[in-house]
Every structure is written in C-alpha cells, then in structure tokens.
Design a protein around this ligand. Structure first.
Ligand SMILES: [Fe+2]
Ligand SMILES: [Fe+2]
Length: 138
C-alpha cells in the first residue's frame, strides 16, 4: 500500500474496549477516504468522511469528557482544547469544499486526521486511560 494510506498499529491501542472501538471507527473512515483518494475517487467519500468525523467525533469526545468530569481529571482543559481544535479544523475542511476541489480537501484531511489521531491518541488519550486505570485500582 502507498505511504499515504494510514495503517492501524497496536501502538494506538489504549486497552480500553469502548475507547478503542471509537478510535478504530474514526481511523477506518480516514483510511477509507485515503484509499478512495488514491483511486481518484475522493469526490465520493469526502462528504461522508467529514460528516462522520463531525458526528462520531462529537460522540467520542463526549464519552471522554464524561470520564474526565467524573474522575476530576487534572488535564481536562488541555484535553478539551485538543478536541475543540479537531472539531474546528473539521468544520474548516467543510468550508473549504466551497473553493477547493474534493480531491484537495480529501488529501489535506487525510494528512491532518492521521497526524492528529496518532499524536492525540498516544500523547493525550493514553495518559487519560492510564489515569482511569489507576483510579479503578484504588
Ligand atoms: Fe481525546
Ligand atoms: Fe480519543
């Protein structure tokens, strides 16, 4: 597969079943768009991907948010800001559909979402899951 197709790796597993299910679903939609873009079919997938990332993203971020509130998580504001940045960026891609081609938006979206996802899961979500695990043990 070409380098532009993101691949799921075990490093993205948090070990929490619900969160991993959400992450996989989000990852899959980005991968599907990347494959479509490689085949020159981004026009068919980009709207679906943007809608899915918006709606499912909200659902996923709300799940993490509920946990952070319940746990009195000390890094809640930083984590919330990261989620907000993602939502805003996705809205921006939506807006770009008015003046860029779907192929261009798809390419930029795949790059942004795979990078964001990789960094966010490893550096922001993992510490939350570890904190949660620590709380469950005490
Ligand atoms: Fe998160
Ligand atoms: Fe997450």
């Amino acid at each position: 597969m070409a380098k532009t197709i993101p691949e799921w790796t075990d490093e993205l597993r948090t070990g929490d079943r619900e969160i991993d299910t959400h992450h996989r679903a989000l990852f899959q939609i980005v991968k599907r768009l990347a494959v479509a873009a490689e085949l020159g079919r981004a026009d068919l997938e980009v709207d679906t991907a943007l809608t899915f990332l918006t709606e499912y993203g909200k659902h996923h971020f709300a799940t993490e948010d509920q946990w952070m509130v319940r746990l009195n998580y000390p890094y809640i504001e930083t984590h919330r800001a990261a989620h907000r940045a993602f939502v805003n960026q996705i809205a921006d891609f939506h807006a770009q559909l008015n003046d860029a081609t779907r192929a261009e938006v798809a390419q930029a979206l795949v790059r942004f979402a795979s990078d964001w996802f990789d960094r966010h899961v490893k550096l922001v979500d993992m510490p939350l899951i570890e904190f949660l695990r620590g709380q469950r043990q005490t």
